[in-house]
Design a protein around this ligand. Structure first.
Ligand code: NAG
Ligand code: NAG
Ligand code: NAG
Ligand code: NAG
Ligand code: NAG
Ligand code: NAG
Ligand code: NAG
Ligand code: NAG
Ligand code: NAG
Length: 471
């Protein structure tokens, strides 16, 4: 009797035990030098911060004794089929990536030893250091050297959209209100900022400079009240540059992340768990754009604030099914976020996405909601951004459908008119070009026709050629 109850309980428990099938992590770099001085680099403090964040994710997803261990993931020695990592081409982000990965798969000591054909044993250097390749993503290159998010995204319509913030009433109001405050900081800023640059227009760059100073410079330190005000002002500026309700192209960085994350998780499902964990590194602007797109500020107003160094968020594929690899219908997605370095005793919290209230949502709903905000291909990106050069050149030839499909994606505001203007200018240029060509070639021909001689090759000594203009 008791034993059957126990058995029943045990079975119940087994079937109810939640399993983590995979995850996608997006992480911010650690402490670094200020953007305004250029050549930004990760500091030793920053190195420690991201390493600590990576160590947390080892404890959560990799360690054998974790209740959230990703099922089947190699617990000690990294298996590169299971794990991928990527970063934009950027010194701070790439080094943060390496540091984070050192935490995710720490040196394995003598376990990282192989035996050669002659019986010799070789241990990996640095106490069994594990190498994880960091692939480069094309978007957001040099983002930590750029003081402006949209310089890194390279998306034309997003630039126009973000710029429109600087000519809005919202901006003018804060600019006026904060003028005196920025002037009062002149003594702290004048070694680096020109007189005209000490204003809300440069809210983030100024905050960044003095925030770094408050951490590293004992002689040029703002008071904590000043730093708090600088941070609040930078939040207002940066959130408005990264996201706008009615003008979604502004959040292109978050839309791209959403697309990459969706593809990463989808791959875990379609490969039935062969790939398990993807980690991407990026900057706060991408966090803010994604927060806006995923409607996180409606859950917690903190999501309009710049996440601190070494912040991280992750989307987890979870299930209660006991099937070897569950069907899509039995898989849910849970979103977690932590603001700043995760302390040894801390953990990220769960937040509902897309204005829902439950802490997780079915894969099907998640896909439907994410598709609404995500950019998932280069042609789609080109259309949304109105870019026609570089990687977009090959997609911009047959462009007639672009506006219709951009509209069906639901972007409003500046993006469509701007795409239209760019399109019109291109069309105009093409028409003018054709006209010029027509005048040149056509004029030549008409002359010839009039003379009744149409030599192939066109080399004649006809003197009337230049005089007869086509009517
Ligand atoms: C898992 O194992 C590690 C290393 O042995 C230990 O430090 C940690 O406390 C364990 N965690 C749990 C949840 O038991
Ligand atoms: C910056 O301002 C301080 C305080 O007003 C002043 O003493 C200093 O000479 C100024 N430095 C520069 C480079 O203008
Ligand atoms: C501290 O700030 C002063 C004034 O801006 C600057 O000259 C100095 O190089 C800074 N020191 C460090 C360690 O950043
Ligand atoms: C969105 O952007 C438009 C145009 O720049 C602006 O008028 C509007 O106030 C912005 N909305 C918010 C919520 O900031
Ligand atoms: C997942 O991948 C499969 C196979 O590549 C594809 O058919 C499907 O549309 C993808 N689903 C999502 C949500 O991206
Ligand atoms: C690595 O992972 C893949 C897929 O998860 C698995 O098929 C393979 O056996 C693993 N390799 C090793 C050496 O464990
Ligand atoms: C916002 O974040 C701060 C610092 O992390 C925290 O103290 C505060 O409780 C948060 N506010 C909300 C509404 O969660
Ligand atoms: C991070 O914490 C700060 C307070 O330290 C808060 O103001 C900000 O809104 C938070 N950002 C997020 C994304 O939680
Ligand atoms: C799994 O079951 C637990 C306990 O009933 C529940 O709290 C959790 O939300 C379930 N997870 C999923 C992904 O359905």
């Amino acid at each position: 009797m008791w034993s059957t109850t126990l058995l029943a309980l045990a079975t119940l428990d087994l079937t109810a035990a939640e399993r983590v099938l995979g995850a996608y992590i997006f992480a911010r770099h650690g402490d670094r030098t200020p953007k305004v001085l250029g050549n930004t680099r990760l500091t030793d403090l920053g190195y420690s911060e991201v390493h600590q964040a990576g160590t947390y994710y080892h404890k959560r997803y990799i360690a054998d004794n974790s209740s959230s261990q990703i099922e089947g993931i190699s617990p000690a020695i990294v298996n590169l089929t299971q794990l991928t990592a990527s970063s934009p081409s950027d010194a701070v982000l790439q080094n943060s990536g390496t540091a984070f990965l050192q935490g995710v798969y720490p040196p394995a000591g003598a376990s990282a030893t192989e035996t050669l054909s002659d019986g010799r044993k070789v241990q990996a250097p640095l106490q069994g250091y594990q190498l994880v390749p960091l692939s480069l993503i094309s978007s957001n290159a040099n983002s930590e050297d750029n003081t402006w998010l949209q310089d890194a995204t390279g998306c034309n319509n997003a630039k126009v959209s973000s710029n429109s913030y600087y000519s809005s009433g919202l901006y003018d109001e804060v600019l006026a209100q904060s003028g005196g405050f920025y002037r009062s900081l002149e003594g702290l800023l004048n070694s680096t900022f020109a007189e005209g640059k000490m204003s809300f227009k440069n809210a983030y760059t100024i905050f960044d400079y003095l925030n770094v100073a408050s951490i590293h410079n004992s002689s040029n330190t703002p008071t904590s009240a000043q730093l708090t005000r600088l941070y609040q002002l930078a939040n207002i500026e940066q959130y408005n540059l990264a996201y706008n309700d009615t003008d979604t192209v502004r959040a292109i960085a978050g839309a791209q992340l959403a697309g990459e994350m969706l593809q990463g998780l989808n791959k875990t499902i379609t490969s039935k768990g062969k790939t398990k964990l993807a980690i991407q590194f990026g900057s706060y602007g991408t966090f803010l754009s994604y927060f806006g797109l995923a409607q996180l500020p409606s859950t917690n107003v903190n999501f309009t604030g710049i996440p601190d160094y070494a912040s991280s968020m992750a989307w987890e594929l979870v299930t209660n099914s006991s099937a070897p690899f569950p069907d899509e219908e039995d898989i849910s997605v849970r979103f977690i976020f932590h603001n700043g370095t995760i302390p040894a005793s801390g953990a990220p919290a769960t937040f509902p996405l897309y204005g829902q209230s439950a802490p997780s949502m079915s894969w099907k709903t998640f896909v439907a909601e994410t598709r609404k905000i995500a950019v998932t291909s280069t042609p789609e990106w080109c259309k949304m951004c109105g870019n026609t050069d570089g990687k977009c050149a090959s997609y911009s030839a047959g462009e007639s459908g672009s506006e219709a499909s951009a509209a069906s994606k639901g972007e409003g505001g500046v993006s469509r008119p701007v795409a239209g203007v760019i399109g019109a200018m291109v069309t105009l240029a093409v028409i003018l070009g054709l006209q010029a060509l027509f005048f040149l070639v056509g004029g030549f021909r008409i002359t010839k026709k009039g003379k009744g001689t149409v030599p192939v090759g066109g080399v004649t000594e006809d003197k009337s050629k230049g005089q007869s203009a086509p009517v």
